[in-house]
Write a protein that binds this ligand. Structure first.
Ligand SMILES: *Cc1c(COP(=O)(O)O)cnc(C)c1O
Length: 475
């Protein structure tokens, strides 16, 4: 697979494995394939009824394009999506559709080790990074920052891998007891949890500061712009589609609760790869940067507010650059100007670039916003209809999904991005009770070992010392 940067007009290609270990391209752009591989209806039909592992293998094989030997890829997919790491599954299906009412489904993507859809990408990313590092005989030290979900998903995926050492910064105050326990229990071996006496922004600033220094510039990242993560999210749109339709060729609508636009972008890529998706519906919470974008064509930086679907509390949507590249007809020069204008003026209008929100609609996109009251109502509605409890992020998707549903028999699939166990306060507010926890999360908070977190001040020197003491920087 030939990978190019959204900002590189020279179109100098790199391979899939090259970009797997990289974050941003050196020119500041994001990596995308030079073209999307296409599945025919016959090829899609051959996957109908296949296990998730088989679907993931087929889709990733095309996106990797020969860079990883088939046999190795098969083993990685099997390890990433084993019944072991996904707990009890619906007859082995790790991404089942839950029927809410006729032609309306929640696709549950959160049965993985940390109960969030981020496991779907991280589990596979861990396997692929280990494979590539072994091949190169290299070791990678990763430094990341998390406000909750990403940290635990990354730690669960990288735990025990001998090629990777992971340092994860998190704010001392702000995470839930459940999130703290999820991360703390993974401390030890190659996983180092560092609690910063500050906020999430302080954690991010510390990461940026160190990565700008020669000594730490080689530290790796696992943030949501990594192409290995995006490409590992494409298969579950194939799987959701194949589960929902009677015949390949029939269309479906997807609605995705969006923050950094990684999940929704993966759905767009599935559509470009030939999955007959009619509509790609973006659901935001009160932080509705993306809703404004898709309705008006204006991309404007926002100051994020804290909501009850916190994993979508974003001020900008980093992965949008990849879609903007396509909307600007893959003109890297225009894209670079567009993104630079956004970075300097905090606002950019597609109209000034000869395209508009209509061009999003032509690709199947639409959007809407959900609020705290909407979330509570959606949690109640779904529970009343089918006795199933959804989490607040999924509730944002369901809110918009109900609004947008047409009575034309086309299945609407809402992406279920976390389990309710992670957000029990909001569930209690909506339903008046908290559902029984899955067995593996019972009493989780009580299992938090002492000294699971190294506590530091917002002080780069303390962080430098700690990393030097505990890891090889690169190998
Ligand atoms: C990260 C996350 C999202 C948003 O996904 P993006 O890819 O950032 O758009 C939605 N729901 C949950 C539970 C998440 O953890």
């Amino acid at each position: 697979m030939n990978m190019i940067s959204t900002r590189d007009s020279a179109k100098e290609g790199r391979s899939y494995s090259d970009v797997l270990l990289a974050g941003l391209a050196p020119d500041g752009g994001l990596y995308v394939p030079s073209e999307y591989p296409l599945f025919s209806h016959a090829e899609l039909g051959a996957l109908k009824g296949a296990s998730y592992q088989d679907v993931a293998y087929a889709v990733k094989k095309r996106l990797i394009g020969g860079d990883i030997p088939d046999e190795d890829l098969r083993e990685m997919v099997a390890r990433a999506y084993s019944e072991d790491s996904f707990g009890i599954t619906d007859e082995g299906n790790i991404v089942p559709l839950v029927r809410v009412e006729d032609d309306f489904y929640v696709q549950q993507l959160s049965l993985g080790p940390t109960a969030a859809f981020k496991d779907m990408a991280m589990q596979q990313l861990g396997q692929e990074m280990q494979h590539e590092l072994k091949k190169r005989r290299e070791h990678l030290t990763i430094l990341g920052a998390t406000s909750g979900d990403t940290g635990s998903a990354a730690e669960a995926a990288f735990k025990g891998l001998d090629t990777v050492t992971l340092f994860m910064l998190s704010p001392e105050v702000g995470m839930s007891a459940f999130q703290k326990a999820q991360m703390g229990m993974l401390s030890g071996g190659n996983i180092f949890n560092i609690s910063v006496r500050g906020r999430f922004d302080d954690c991010q600033d510390l990461v940026k500061e160190l990565k700008n220094e020669a000594e730490f510039s080689k530290l790796g990242a696992v943030n949501s712009i990594n192409w290995g993560r995006i490409s590992s999210q494409v298969p579950y749109f194939f799987s959701g589609y194949l589960q929902a339709v009677e015949r390949v060729g029939d269309v479906v609508d997807f609605v995705v609760p969006s923050g950094n636009f990684g999940d929704m972008l993966s759905g767009y890529i599935a559509k470009q790869m030939g999955v007959p998706i009619r509509r790609l519906i973006v659901a935001t919470n009160e932080n509705n940067v993306l809703d404004t974008l898709f309705k008006a064509g204006v991309y404007e930086l926002n100051s994020a507010q804290v909501t009850s679907s916190p994993s979508m509390d974003i001020s900008k949507a980093s992965n949008y650059e990849r879609l903007a590249f396509d909307v600007l007809k893959r003109d890297a020069q225009a894209l670079t100007k567009y993104m630079k204008e956004f970075e300097s003026k905090k606002r950019v209008d597609l109209k000034d670039y000869g395209v508009s929100a209509d061009d999003f609609a032509k690709l199947g996109f639409s959007s809407d916003t959900s609020t705290h009251a909407n979330r509570l109502q959606a949690i109640r509605d779904v529970y009343e209809k089918c006795k199933y409890v959804i989490d607040p992020h999924t509730a944002d998707a369901v809110t918009v999904g109900f609004r947008e549903k047409r009575s034309d028999g086309v299945p609407m699939i809402c992406m279920g991005t976390a389990l309710p166990v992670k957000f029990e306060d909001t569930i209690k507010e909506a339903l008046g009770f908290v559902p029984e926890r899955p067995a593996r999360f019972k009493d989780l908070e009580k299992g938090l070992p002492e000294n699971a977190f190294q506590v530091i001040d917002v002080d780069a020197e303390q962080l430098r010392q700690y990393i030097r003491e505990h890891a090889p920087i690169s190998g």
